[in-house]
Design a protein around this ligand. Structure first.
Ligand code: NAD
Ligand code: TYD
Length: 373
């Protein structure tokens, strides 16, 4: 007899990675999904439009920090897994206002853990065997790498440098503690920078694509030599599904793209793709829009991940190369003007003005803001 598909509680499933994950899992029909999202500026129901009539996707508008709501979801839907994407995720915003990062990423995750524990303790032995709590985290918890240092492994010490990274580190520690103390079957993943469709255009890659297409300056912090490892979002989602299914309980898995690149290289590559896709653009060459601006305070110099563990234990490797994934991403943003307009709301305009405009505070303000239109 065919086993009934399980129910998963996915949090933050209207955000960038969460919506890609939910769409992918619903397309593959792996699970019925209860999607709990607060719909902050970063959450967008439009991203979930392809599954708006899917009876096996239930959207719940709410906060992971709201105990009674989370308890009610557990009672009503009896999920076999929790996948926690919900978070405040932008380093620059965490520099302006760390409190909401602590509230959602730390206190919210604690609430979700506590309600998961209560629910887990009431399950039968068989149900407990199957239950998993997967916490989606970042490589930023490890801090900054020296230029020649080997990449971070799962045993590297935590050394977060931004309020965002510190809040994610704190949540990782809580997840670990719930496994050790209460036996909650947890899994933690630490992933490098994601890119792809449906990413809010405050982050480097979509911001540069949209600014470039509109002939606006491309603001590069500092000398542009800060290095990030980049992973196409679908590859991350596949890795998460694999960790959920086959990961060893209590373990941490690094997920990365083996694509360490300096920011200037990334932006130059985007400009090259725009030049090819828009040969009649009045802004050719797009690289002439590159503008060096004041550096981010505490800006980590380099991230890089050793992903030998997930390759060895679960057989995962990224499918997409950086250049093919980047080209697909640029094409997606150029073809989805409606989605882009739907997220470039008043709040978005305010953020751009506050962070890049002439009124920006000294610590993050740009030195050549006059060309930001
Ligand atoms: P995102 O900012 O695009 O989306 C976050 C989602 O969480 C939004 O839909 C938002 O509405 C929701 N949310 C925020 N606060 C909430 C709350 N209190 N209750 C319920 N929902 C809430 O983020 P993302 O880039 O999709 O990242 C998802 C997760 O992956 C985060 O935990 C992030 O730390 C982690 N991560 C992201 C990256 C990356 O490059 N984007 C890399 C590694 C790890
Ligand atoms: P970001 O997308 O914010 O991700 P994170 O800070 O989590 O790595 O930034 C990626 C890199 O790009 C980071 O080194 C900061 C840099 N950056 C710029 O140079 N200019 C920008 O306007 C933004 C948003 C980021």
């Amino acid at each position: 007899m065919r086993e009934e598909s399980p129910t998963w509680l996915v949090t933050g499933g209207a955000g960038f990675i969460g919506s890609n994950f939910v769409l992918g899992q619903r397309a593959a029909k792996t699970a019925r999904i209860i999607n709990l999202d607060k719909l902050t500026y970063a959450g967008n129901l439009r991203s979930l439009e392809p599954i708006k009539d899917d009876p096996d996707h239930v959207f719940v508008h709410g906060d992971i920090g709201e105990s009674p709501l989370v308890a009610e979801i557990f009672r009503r839907h009896r999920p076999q897994a929790v996948v926690n994407f919900a978070a405040e995720s932008h380093v620059d915003r965490s520099i302006y206002g760390p409190q909401v990062f602590i509230q959602t990423n730390v206190v919210g995750t604690l609430t979700l853990l506590e309600e998961s524990r209560r629910y887990f303790e009431g399950l039968s032995a068989d149900e407990r065997d199957k239950f998993r709590f997967l916490h989606v985290s970042t490589d930023e918890v490890y801090g900054s790498l020296e230029p020649e240092a080997p990449p971070f492994s799962e045993t590297s010490p935590y050394a977060p440098n931004s309020p965002y990274a510190a809040s994610k580190a704190a949540s990782d520690h809580l997840v670990r503690a719930y496994h050790r103390t209460y036996g909650l079957p947890t899994l933690i993943t630490n992933c490098s920078n994601n890119y792809g469709p449906l990413q809010f255009p405050e982050k480097l890659i979509p911001l540069m694509i949209l600014n470039g297409a509109q002939g606006k300056p491309l603001p590069i912090y500092g000398d542009g030599k800060n290095i990030r490892d980049w992973l196409f979002v679908n590859d991350h989602c596949e890795a998460l599904a694999l960790v959920l299914k086959q990961g060893r309980v209590g373990e941490t898995y690094n997920i990365g793209g083996a694509a360490e690149l300096a920011n200037l290289e990334v932006v130059t590559a985007i400009c090259g793709i725009l030049d090819e896709l828009r040969p009649d653009s009045p802004f050719l060459p797009h690289a002439s829009l590159i503008t060096f601006v004041k550096d981010r305070p505490g800006h980590d110099r380099r991230y890089g991940l050793d992903t030998a563990k997930i390759a060895r234990e679960l057989g995962w490797r990224p499918r997409e190369s950086f250049m093919s994934g980047l080209a697909a991403t640029v094409r997606w943003y150029l073809a989805h003007q409606e989605w882009v307009e739907s997220v470039q709301t008043g709040e978005y305009q305010q953020w751009i003005k506050k962070h890049y405009g002439p009124e920006a505070p000294k610590h993050t303000g740009t030195e050549r803001t006059s060309c930001i239109r």
